[in-house]
Write a protein that binds this ligand. Structure first.
Ligand SMILES: Nc1ccn([C@@H]2O[C@H](COP(=O)(O)OP(=O)(O)OP(=O)(O)O)[C@@H](O)[C@H]2O)c(=O)n1
Ligand SMILES: C[C@](O)(CO)[C@H](O)COP(=O)(O)O
Length: 232
């Protein structure tokens, strides 16, 4: 039976979010955003170990207490200049434990609202797959293409379009080889596609949002607070 591991790239600078502190350390429901993203994968009973990939220049990690996340967590200061480089470096760190057929789930530090139900759905639906796949949501809005003056140039079909989320779950050996060859993709699935693989889409929902802009942080806070109230 394959083991399950997680890599959490957390070495970004949050240029679109702005501010002095990288967005993964901004407080959300009383904890750094990164804490919630890590808690989701650390609490998943199927996942054995979790590598959080930080920037070599990170000065924020040691300012917080992460001990309640438990024994599964490994911290590596090997982030790169792009997300794909950070993930590739995290996979390299995981080589001490992972075998080719093991599963690795790559989950953004910037997606703090991942639920256990979505994680379980991803693992269950991909269990027998040779390649893997990702959480994603079908596009629900009408799509407009803009011209140079920010007027509508055309309305585009949304048929068959999905928005990619994380975790993105692939076989460790295949993902490592593919990322070494296809650098600079914005997600692991794009690299897999470039290598000729066919990653599967597992239907998630919009609550697993990525915090990119300040308004997203407020939305994430609302989602997490509502879950805390239900759990109480
Ligand atoms: N060199 C990088 C760039 C990004 N990431 C991580 O990849 C995830 C998704 O990236 P994104 O939301 O785009 O974060 P940033 O790169 O920090 O944001 P921006 O693109 O606005 O600068 C985040 O958890 C981020 O920390 C990373 O580990 N290493
Ligand atoms: C991986 C990702 O979260 C999928 O939506 C996303 O591509 C990463 O961030 P970016 O905003 O695309 O750089």
């Amino acid at each position: 039976m394959p083991n399950y591991y997680a890599i959490v790239p957390a070495a970004g600078i949050g240029s679109r979010f702005g501010g002095e502190t990288p967005k993964q350390y901004r407080l959300l429901a009383g904890r750094p955003m990164l804490y919630h993203s890590l808690a989701a994968v650390c609490r998943c009973p199927r996942i054995d170990r979790v590598w959080v990939v930080l920037s070599p220049d990170d000065t924020c990690w040691r300012q917080h207490d992460w001990t309640s996340l438990g024994y599964k967590l490994e911290t590596v200061f090997c982030g790169g200049t792009t997300r794909s480089e950070s993930v590739a470096n995290g996979l390299h760190a995981a080589a001490t434990a992972a075998d080719d057929d093991d599963w690795v789930l790559v989950h953004d530090a910037a997606r703090p609202c991942l639920s256990q139900a979505m994680l379980a759905a991803l693992c269950d639906e991909l269990a027998g797959d040779p390649v893997g796949g990702i959480l994603a949501v079908p596009v629900a809005d009408t799509l407009k293409r803009a011209d140079a003056d920010q007027c509508i140039a055309s309305t585009e079909s949304r048929d068959g379009l999905w928005q990619a989320q994380t975790p993105q779950m692939f076989r460790y050996g295949l993902l490592t080889r593919v990322l070494a060859e296809h650098r600079g993709c914005t997600d692991e699935a794009s690299a897999m596609e470039a290598a000729g693989c066919r990653p599967r889409l597992v239907c998630a929902d919009a609550s697993n949002l990525k915090v990119t802009y300040p308004a997203d942080l407020r939305l994430a806070e609302t989602i997490l607070q509502a879950r805390i109230r239900v759990d109480e």
